[in-house]
Design a protein around this ligand. Structure first.
Ligand code: PGA
Length: 225
């Protein structure tokens, strides 16, 4: 069985109270079936406002989940009102998600911004998961895991085929030399097995299917190749 990375992306969802409820529900399931994390690295990319709650809750409950941020400033500490720097994040997270198509589209993030963000994250010792929509897109140096996420498959209920996702992931590996490439875009507990069963796909990045603790737990259990 290959090692899989299962990364939930909560996007712009969940209050502090909802984060506490999610943790409570997930830890109850974890207690009933303690083998869920074997052979899998689980990461949760949460909004900034939920990070402290998640960090403290995960530590207290001893859950094998790594905490990730969904963004990081392209700048260092300093006079950049409203920005969250990698130096501020490093006490809270092990990972950061950079290059998601929603940030490229709605926040106008450019390849240069994204490369700066990767550089800042790495300088603070934070691992980077970097999203691309196809195998042609640039991947900056320093990225740890690439997530292939075709824009048309995100939140639409129309996932890529496992065969095509596998071919794109293989191409990304060949081009970048990065060993871990995962797939995201309408992954659910029902179709996850068909993706992680592919030899070139090392995990998945579900958005909608990570919001409910029960669904996400089931998805993790179904993720075996
Ligand atoms: P989705 O989102 O699983 O809801 O399609 C995936 C993502 O955007 O990371």
């Amino acid at each position: 069985m290959k090692h899989l990375t299962i990364a939930g992306n909560w996007k712009s969802n969940k209050t502090i109270r909802e984060t506490e409820e999610w943790l409570k529900a997930f830890s109850q399931l974890s207690f009933q079936n303690s083998h869920w994390a074997t052979g899998r690295s689980v990461i949760l990319f949460a909004p900034f406002t939920a990070l402290m709650t998640l960090r403290n809750g995960i530590d207290k409950l001893a859950l094998p989940i790594a905490v990730g941020a969904q963004n990081v400033s392209a700048f260092d500490d300093g006079a950049y009102t409203g920005e969250i720097s990698s130096n501020m994040l490093k006490e809270l997270v092990a990972w950061v998600l950079i290059g998601h198509s929603e940030r490229r589209r709605y926040m106008g993030e450019s390849d240069k911004d994204l490369a700066d963000k990767v550089m800042r994250a790495k300088a603070a010792g934070i691992s980077v998961m970097y999203c691309v929509a196809d195998a042609q897109m640039q991947v900056p140096p320093g990225v740890d895991i690439v997530a292939y996420e075709p824009v048309w498959a995100i939140g639409t209920g129309k996932s890529d085929t496992p065969e095509n996702a596998n071919a794109v992931c293989m191409k990304i590996k060949e081009k970048t030399g990065i060993a871990a490439v995962i797939y995201g875009g309408s992954v659910t507990e029902k179709n996850v097995g068909s993706f992680v069963g592919m030899p070139g796909i090392d995990g998945i990045l579900p958005g909608g299917a990570s919001l409910n603790a029960g669904t996400f737990f089931q998805l993790i259990l179904e993720a075996s190749d």
